[in-house]
Design a protein around this ligand. Structure first.
Ligand code: HEC
Length: 127
């Protein structure tokens, strides 16, 4: 009986791991296809950000520290690994069919250590 419970638990954990991180962490607000889930914003407008250094820096800060603005409050995800955050941004890039290089874990790491609050993260004037 105990063994059955343990196997069940391990099975559930494995499922949780395999589940698409975008669906688990981002889709509740931004939707499975980044279309937005009211009252939260869709991310179509973020596509040009992937193609410029300022835009990419901003995307890294948003995912690490969150963002507060007219659209509401997004929490930061600094607790995740650099690899996971790069994968999430790259998933968004595919959803938006955005131009630009894929994010590397190294590019995420450069944004760490700033301890920004969500209202300190500002979108660049021009992406
Ligand atoms: C609790 C809801 C919520 C969750 C969960 C969430 N976001 Fe957000 N996100 C927001 C809100 C609200 C904004 C807009 C804030 C503003 O108005 O400045 C935003 C903004 C953004 C932006 C900036 C868009 C732009 O054009 O400037 C990006 C990129 C983004 N989110 C990506 C993600 C990713 C990737 C995830 C999953 C790791 C995620 N978000 C999870 C609520 C959320």
């Amino acid at each position: 009986m105990r063994l059955a419970l343990l196997l069940l638990l391990l099975g559930t954990m494995a499922l949780g791991q395999g589940e698409d991180p975008w669906k688990r962490l981002c889709a509740q607000c931004h939707g499975e296809r980044a279309q937005g889930v009211r009252p939260y914003p869709g991310l179509q407008g973020a596509a040009p950000l992937f193609a410029t250094p300022e835009g990419r820096r901003y995307l890294v800060l948003v995912i690490l520290y969150g963002k507060k603005g007219e659209g509401g409050l997004m929490p930061g995800f600094a607790q995740l690994k650099d690899e996971e955050l790069a994968a999430l941004l790259n998933h968004l890039k595919v959803l938006l069919q955005a131009k630009g290089d894929p994010f590397t874990p190294e590019e995420i790491r450069k944004g760490r250590g700033l301890n920004l609050t969500p209202d300190a993260v500002k979108r660049p004037e021009k992406p």
